[in-house]
Each structure stands twice: as C-alpha cells, then as structure tokens.
Design a protein around this ligand. Sequence first.
Ligand SMILES: [Zn+2]
Length: 332
Amino acid sequence: MNKSYGLLLITVGWILVFGCRPAEEQAFQFADQGREVPQFNADRAYQYIVDQLEMGPRNPGSQGHLDTRDFLMERLEEYAGESSVFMQAFEHEGYDGEPISMYNLIASFNLQSSDRILLAAHWDTRPRAENDPDRPGDPIPGADDGGSGVAVLLELARIMQENPPPVGVDIIFFDGEDYGESGDLQNYFLGARYWSANPPVPGYQPRFGILLDMVGGENALFPQESYSIRYAPSLVDAVWDVAGEIGYEELFPKEEGALIADDHMIVNRQAGIPMINIIHHRRGDDGNAQFPPYWHTHSDDIDIIDRQTLQAVGELLTEIVFNRIEIQEPAL
Ligand SMILES: [Zn+2]
C-alpha cells in the first residue's frame, strides 16, 4: 500500500535465510560492549505524553484515536523515514456489533541488519474507567496506561534517527490492547493478536522483544512480571541486570512480581518471539498484581507522570539498544 512494501520484501529475503532461530529459550547476556550511548531525554518523552493527551482519549472508534494515529505516523515517518514505516489496519467487531477500525503502527530502524529486536507499547487507551466511581463509563486520558510507553519509544525513535543503532530495531505501537471489559480477555490485545496472526513480514523472528506498559507513573516499581519469567527467564535476568548496572536496582528489583496478561503474552504464544513486559505493578499479598491507584480511572492524567520514571526506563532501553547487544554478522 505504500513505499515500504519494497523494503518489506527485502526484509522477507533475509528472514528466510537467517530467521530460523530455535523456538526454545535462548540464553541472553547483555555484556557492556564499550559503545557510546546517546542521551535519553525525559523532557521530550514527557512532552510526547502531553501531545497525546491533547488529542483526548485515544480509544478505538473515537476522533482522538484517529488524530493520534496520524500524529504517531507523522512522528515515525520523520524519525524512521517514510519508506520504513508501515500501518497495519484491521477491523474488530465492537461490543455494539459494529466494526471498529484499528491500526498497528510499525517503524523499522537499520533495515539492513538481519539481526533485529522488537520494542512495543500499546497506543490505544481504555474506553471506560471501571475503577472510578465518577463517570465509570467514560474513556480515560491514559497518560501512563498507553501514553508513557509510546512516549519512551518515540524519544528512542528520535534518538535512532540521529544515531543509527548497531542492531536492527522494530518499534510497534499495538492498537486495541485495552478494549476489553474486565475479565473478557478475548477482547484485549487485539492489535497484538492481529499482528501475530498476520505478520507483515512472514517469518519475522527478532532476537527478542520488550513491551512497555505503564512506564511513566509516580511511585513506580518494576518487579519481574511472571509471564515474562515463564517465557523468557534469561532475558528477564539480563534486562534487570543492566537496570542494576546503570543505577536503577531499586526501581527494577530482581524479584518476581505477578502474572499480567498483556500484549507480550500473545506475541510469545502466537508469534513465538520471546518477549518480556516492563510494567508498573506490585505483587499483592494474594499473589495477584496490584496496579497504581490511578489505574483505569480518570486520574491517569499528566499529574501522575514522573519524569524520573520515564528517564529510568528510557535510559535502560537506550543502553540495551546501543551498548548491550553483541552483533553477530550472518555468515554468508
Ligand atoms: Zn490498561
């Protein structure tokens, strides 16, 4: 549908040749490669949250959703180049029986590299606020739940425009993560489900994926989420080790959190890509996840965003992308 198709075809070529990695868990290690790491700027990430909030709630089917789609495509095209950006549109039957248009937004950096990683966040926001006694049926602003992960990845995209990464990096903004009513898991993770079942690049097999969800809130804590441990234990350890090495061991405690169904669960199960989730939560006394008090309420607004949380997560990803991946050139 656009110029990126040619590049996708090139990409298919190397994946067919080099993409046959074993499905079983690989042993990940992220030793310091001694490379220079560009600065992550939390003020810019913060501004990307403000930009998203200005468009109103971004729940599928709303005007804010369409406006934000266009805004994100513009930013990605600016940072990755028009031919390296792809919009995957699909439809989902809503609770009222009418189809809703949804869009996964994908940008690729260093397309020449066959050695790739996947970074993702959901860009939709929740169409209801079931945890809020006030207007529970209205959509939430989603500053942290949706907005923060997108903002961190946009700032990383801007950095990668100026500093081409040593490894291939694909950023995906999934749609429809948070559409479902509580407990109705079939209506969650819609973009991740569609993308996994309809990969734009058949056979796409990056080394690993990292999902960001609620990575900008105050009083944040990122224990190791349990599906991440189940599907990619050594990747979890390697990422948390890096977090400790760059000074964020308190924010990233090396202890098990709780089981949280999210887009990464779908990508692990359906696409066979080892993917972990960095998500603000605590493990409750009953073993279940406890989310911050603003979760799925109208208080998930700019006031609960903490630049230091954005900085920590952004620095961690920047460090991994630029300095922690040993580059393996394919043997031709
Ligand atoms: Zn949510």
